[in-house]
Write a protein that binds this ligand. Structure first.
Ligand SMILES: [Fe+2]
Ligand SMILES: [Fe+2]
Length: 243
């Protein structure tokens, strides 16, 4: 792990072959335990960033990316749904990387990003695959799971990494970068406390769709990334949601 900013504690760690987690621990008002925001950078012929980070964190995330590759090489700025931590710094990235374009689901493109972004997005259909070089990402629509109509996820097929956004959100600073320990317990405790899931009746089918990609790494936006039998963990989450 490389700390790229000693003041904020922002750090970079390669969690799978060519996939780097950029992690910034934060302190939220009234929250002694802390929280964290992660972005994931896939380094390839066409580098992809999943989650832009909050707009006010952009200088820290840009500084961290520069430790891995030149920022202007970035080609795809992707995210799960429209929220500040997912895409708040989208236009800052488009300015920093002149060849980059937003990459998102069709609903996000039509409803929000076609208007919010300074350059037009590339809109992906459910199941569509984009080759980055030796990595390939597949977009999977997941409306309202855990929240937002436009929600979806990317699966990186070469490494078996599910970029799972707000699924398995854990409190704390996000250390270690990757764990094989329990993340369902902490994320379920957080879900019960914060109530950020939509209660869509399609959650079970959507989680089964994600499980069928058989991921071995789950790249969480908040907390540690996780390594193990991703299908089993996604089905365990489905069981918790149905309980
Ligand atoms: Fe979210
Ligand atoms: Fe989030």
């Amino acid at each position: 792990m490389t700390v790229t900013n000693t003041q904020s504690g922002t750090n970079v760690h390669e969690i799978a072959d060519g996939i780097f987690r950029i992690n910034t621990p934060v302190v939220l008002p009234g929250d002694a335990g802390g929280f964290s925001f992660n972005q994931y950078l896939i380094v390839d012929d066409e580098p992809l960033l999943f989650h832009t980070g909050l707009r006010h964190l952009f200088p820290l995330v840009r500084e961290a990316m520069a430790h891995v590759m030149p920022v202007e090489r970035l080609r795809h700025v992707a995210f799960s749904h429209v929220e500040a931590d997912e895409c708040g710094a989208l236009n800052e990235w488009l300015t920093a990387a002149p060849q980059a374009a937003p990459l998102c689901g069709t609903v996000a493109a039509i409803v929000s990003i076609g208007d919010l972004a300074d350059r037009p997005p590339r809109a992906l259909a459910d199941g569509e695959v984009v080759s980055l070089g030796r990595h390939r990402v597949q977009w999977l629509d997941a409306p309202h799971l855990p929240h937002a109509w436009e929600c979806g996820f990317l699966v990186e097929q070469a490494t078996g990494t599910l970029l799972c956004g707000d699924l398995f959100t854990q409190p704390g600073a996000g250390s270690p970068a990757v764990t094989e320990g329990d993340i369902l317990g902490p994320s379920e405790a957080f879900r019960h406390a914060m109530d950020y899931f939509s209660y869509t009746r399609h959650a079970d089918a959507l989680l089964e769709k994600l499980a069928n990609t058989r991921p071995t790494t789950l790249a969480c936006m908040h907390g540690s990334a996780w390594r193990g039998d991703g299908a089993a963990l996604l089905r365990a989450l489905a069981a918790e949601l149905a309980a």
